[in-house]
Design a protein around this ligand. Structure first.
Ligand SMILES: CC(C)(COP(=O)(O)OP(=O)(O)OC[C@H]1O[C@@H](n2cnc3c(N)ncnc32)[C@H](O)[C@@H]1OP(=O)(O)O)[C@@H](O)C(=O)NCCC(=O)NCCS
Length: 334
């Protein structure tokens, strides 16, 4: 019997990577497309630009690019993987899973692969799932990817939401780390009754996508920004607080908070509530906008490659998103 529910090893991030398309749209570019302004977008959200995937570049392409970098940093080959999870709300297709396409792209022959949709909380959800497999000793190396091409599902006629999003992918290899390092407290949750606040009505079997639903703007994201904002300023710091408490850590011990990058004001509000100063919070929303499931792993990879994460640092990931969902993860960088 291999699995008795006992922890046989500690799980942590062995390598990170990210990938974005070449094309950048600045706020000034959006000014030419709709009635908006660079000033409005910057002051309300902190966003200055976003990456936009051109036709022919799909979620699996960005996911594969990010995965290759994470594998390289972890110094393992795709053949060493035991599981691939792709977190996305914009899969290439609803069938097959984008994770299977990525598996084929990487040449990870016979490695199990599946998609997970917890919207912007997806990467943290999947990391928590990966932690269980590593800790029980069942698996050794798990590839978790957050990847999105949101610019194809947002409503470009709705200036209140379309300016917020961008495309990209972030990835991490999760595996065994030394005792005393890696992942500690975790939290994930959902409030399904809030699903209506951020949704694409015509995107599945309930209301199949047709010319009619496209014309009526039902096939694109609809968001009640104020409701999502209210949820976010409560849920994201709530998840961070919970995982710090579960780990026995206080705010001032935290070296770096890596939050979901949805809105700078939401991040600033979390900073106040958590008593974690902004200089200990990683922010890159200005360059990427909100890339949903890719936002936290892109931020983590940038922080990692910039040398901002040191062995032993207490790092907290916290996210929220459609569903409504939230998730948090506390770890000691290895
Ligand atoms: C979307 C969001 C930035 C809007 O900010 P806000 O301060 O609530 O702004 P409002 O929606 O009240 O709009 C204020 C005004 O700006 C206008 N406006 C909206 N979008 C605009 C844009 N892109 N450019 C210029 N003006 C805009 C509105 O029409 C409104 O004008 P009015 O006062 O004349 O009616 C904010 O609600 C938010 O960030 N919500 C959370 C969204 C989120 O994080 N989603 C992702 C979840 S993972």
């Amino acid at each position: 019997m291999k699995n008795m529910g006992m922890k046989v090893s500690q799980a942590g991030f062995l390598g990170t990577g990210h990938c974005v398309p070449d094309q950048v749209w600045t706020n000034k570019d959006l000014e030419k497309m709709m009635d908006t302004s660079d000033e409005w977008i910057r002051t309300r959200t902190g966003i200055a630009q976003r990456y936009v995937a051109p036709k022919g570049v799909n979620t699996s392409d960005l996911a594969t690019g990010a995965a290759k970098k994470a594998l390289e940093m972890a110094r393992i080959s795709a053949k060493d993987l035991d599981l691939i999870i792709v977190c996305t709300l914009t899969p290439d297709r609803s069938l097959p899973a984008t994770a299977c396409k990525v598996q084929a792209n990487l040449g990870a022959v016979n490695v199990p692969a599946f998609d997970l949709n917890a919207a912007c909380s997806g990467f943290v959800y999947a990391s928590i799932i990966a932690k269980q497999f590593i800790e029980t000793g069942l698996y050794k190396n798990i590839l978790v990817i957050g990847a999105e091409v949101l610019t194809r599902v947002i409503n470009w006629n709705d200036r209140g939401s379309c300016v917020l999003f961008g495309d990209g992918a972030g990835a991490a290899v999760i595996g065994r780390v030394d005792d005393g390092y890696g992942m500690f407290g975790t939290d994930m949750g959902a409030q399904g009754e809030g699903g209506k606040y951020l949704t694409i009505p015509s995107s599945g079997v309930e209301m199949p996508r047709t010319d009619e639903t496209i014309k009526n703007e039902l096939a694109f994201a609809q968001m009640d920004g104020k409701e999502v904002y209210k949820f976010a300023v409560h849920a994201m710091p709530g998840a961070a607080e919970k995982v710090m408490k579960l780990s026995g850590w206080t705010s001032d011990e935290v070296a770096m908070l890596i939050p979901h990058q949805a809105n700078l004001r939401i991040i600033e509000s979390a900073s106040k509530r958590l008593h974690i100063p902004m200089n200990k919070i990683f922010v890159n929303i200005q360059n990427y906008a909100n890339t949903s499931g890719a936002s936290i792993p892109i931020a983590m990879d940038e922080a990692n490659r910039a040398g901002l994460l040191h062995r032993g640092d207490k790092v907290v990931l916290a996210g929220f998103g459609a569903g409504l969902t939230w998730a948090g993860l506390a770890m000691k960088w290895f």
